[in-house]
Design a protein around this ligand. Structure first.
Ligand SMILES: Cc1cc2nc3c(=O)[nH]c(=O)nc-3n(C[C@H](O)[C@H](O)[C@H](O)COP(=O)(O)O)c2cc1C
Length: 201
């Protein structure tokens, strides 16, 4: 694949909120793709801190019901119908990938390599971010749309209870995916001059 093709593929990844279930790709292939991408995503010291739960069908719907329930006491009554509408949008999609980071591995590394103790939680977050991005890009190349949500920590307890998630798995993000029902709007970019510097070229 040329670098230009890679860039084209990166551009396929956008935040798509109008998602549906009109997906031809078999679920087994989606699962394999997600899992292989996670495995190929780098982690500090190859610590492989990422833990991933993929939800489809009733499990996916349950996640968004649990989210609606968890948000209810935290949301002003007049704003709650809008919250429910937004949640319904996520529920209408095909599935959700839950990204966790295993804190037992992070703690183990901190104990083993005390010199880097402060870095391991940061590197764990970075690994989670880049893993999420890789999965998001891969799903986009496969023709699916996705958007990234962060209802953690509000939903952490409900999720852990529902799917028997180990206590050390810290929920970091939720990637909602499905068929693209409406494309993303054109994206705006800040000036390159504010972002990039090159010396000695
Ligand atoms: C670290 C991170 C956190 C984000 N959190 C959310 C979120 O909680 N909810 C949401 O709708 N989008 C979230 N996004 C999506 C961004 O808003 C989106 O990527 C950005 O506006 C650029 O649009 P694009 O994804 O179409 O390129 C997040 C993105 C990143 C990288």
């Amino acid at each position: 694949m040329s670098a230009q093709k890679f860039l084209e593929n990166l551009r396929l990844r956008r935040s798509i909120y109008a998602l549906g279930r009109d997906v031809e790709m078999p679920k087994e292939e989606i699962i394999d793709l997600i899992q292989d991408v996670v495995k190929e995503s780098p982690t500090a010291f190859n610590s492989q801190t990422q833990r991933v739960v993929t939800l489809f069908g009733p499990a996916h719907e349950k996640l968004w019901d649990l989210t609606a329930e968890a948000l209810k006491p935290l949301t002003p009554a007049e704003a709650y119908p809008n919250t429910l509408k937004k949640i319904q949008g996520f529920k209408n999609s095909l599935g959700t990938v839950l990204f966790f980071e295993d804190q037992s591995v992070v703690k183990g590394l901190q104990e083993q390599f005390s010199l880097y103790a402060d870095n391991f939680p940061v590197w764990s977050e970075q690994a989670s971010g880049l893993t999420t991005e890789n999965v998001w890009v891969a799903l986009s190349i496969a023709g699916l749309g996705a958007n990234l949500q962060h209802y953690n920590p509000v939903i952490d307890d409900a999720v852990a209870k529902e799917w028997n998630i180990p206590a050390d798995w810290k929920l970091r993000s939720q990637l909602v995916f499905g068929s693209v029902e409406s494309p993303a709007q054109a994206k705006e970019y800040i000036d390159d001059a504010d972002r990039f510097k090159v010396f000695g070229a």
